[in-house]
Design a protein around this ligand. Structure first.
Ligand code: 5GP
Length: 201
């Protein structure tokens, strides 16, 4: 049976990275490896952290429609490879992608069976406190991030599930529940498979 493709989005500092890493640690779910044109940082490994590509290779892959979605950040390109995701899913592996609301919408269009999960901080006040605690942002940047968070939350209507991240261990358990429920979902293809295997056993 094919694996699940899950996309996690949510405001920065909502805890998406921590949630995805913890889920990968505790389950068989794999985090997708993106392609990028930026230089590898010390210790980064091709095929583990990213697939490092030249600009020419990246553009050729776009022309061949080889990305589920791609963006440009700080002058460098990043994208999710269709070939990588499809080969993992067809081998039965559940995949998780951490992508912003725009990228998630593109993936859903291209891959309607994917599951969109929105990670929410408990409140705007809590998000503000988390960003301040990180200590990396100026007051101006904090206020920009908060207004961006409010904009992003408007997109929750396009998502299949939401998780409120009060406590990371609980958020991971919620993810596991979603995965279990999705593996038990009856669709046309699966119902035929279930009936066939029921008759064979
Ligand atoms: P970094 O260069 O620090 O590894 O990543 C820079 C930014 O690119 C991060 O915000 C990261 O989430 C984003 N990013 C990495 N891979 C992808 C991808 O495949 N698609 C999109 N849309 N963003 C990505």
């Amino acid at each position: 049976m094919a694996g699940l493709l899950m996309v996690v989005s949510g405001p920065s500092a909502a805890g998406k990275g921590t949630l995805c890493r913890q889920l990968v640690k505790e389950t068989d779910v794999e985090l997708s490896v993106s392609a990028t044109t930026r230089e590898p940082r010390p210790g980064e490994v091709h095929g583990v952290d990213y697939f490092f590509m030249t600009e020419e290779e990246f553009v050729k892959t776009i022309e061949e429609d080889g990305f589920l979605e791609h963006v440009e950040n700080f002058g460098k390109r990043y994208g999710t490879l269709v070939s990588y995701v499809e080969s993992k899913l067809s081998s039965g592996c559940d995949m998780i992608l951490e992508i912003d609301v725009q990228g998630a919408a593109i993936i859903k269009e291209r891959f309607p069976e994917c599951i969109l999960i929105f990670l929410l901080p408990p409140s705007l006040k809590a998000l503000n406190e988390r960003i301040i605690k990180r200590g990396t942002e100026t007051p101006e940047k904090i206020s920009q991030r908060l207004s961006k968070a409010l904009e992003e939350i408007e997109h929750i209507v396009n998502y299949d599930y939401y998780i409120v991240n009060r406590e990371i261990s609980q958020a991971v358990e919620d993810m596991k529940c979603i995965i279990r429920a999705e593996h038990s979902r009856v669709t046309k293809n699966i119902s035929e498979e279930i009936i066939k295997s029921f008759k064979e056993e």
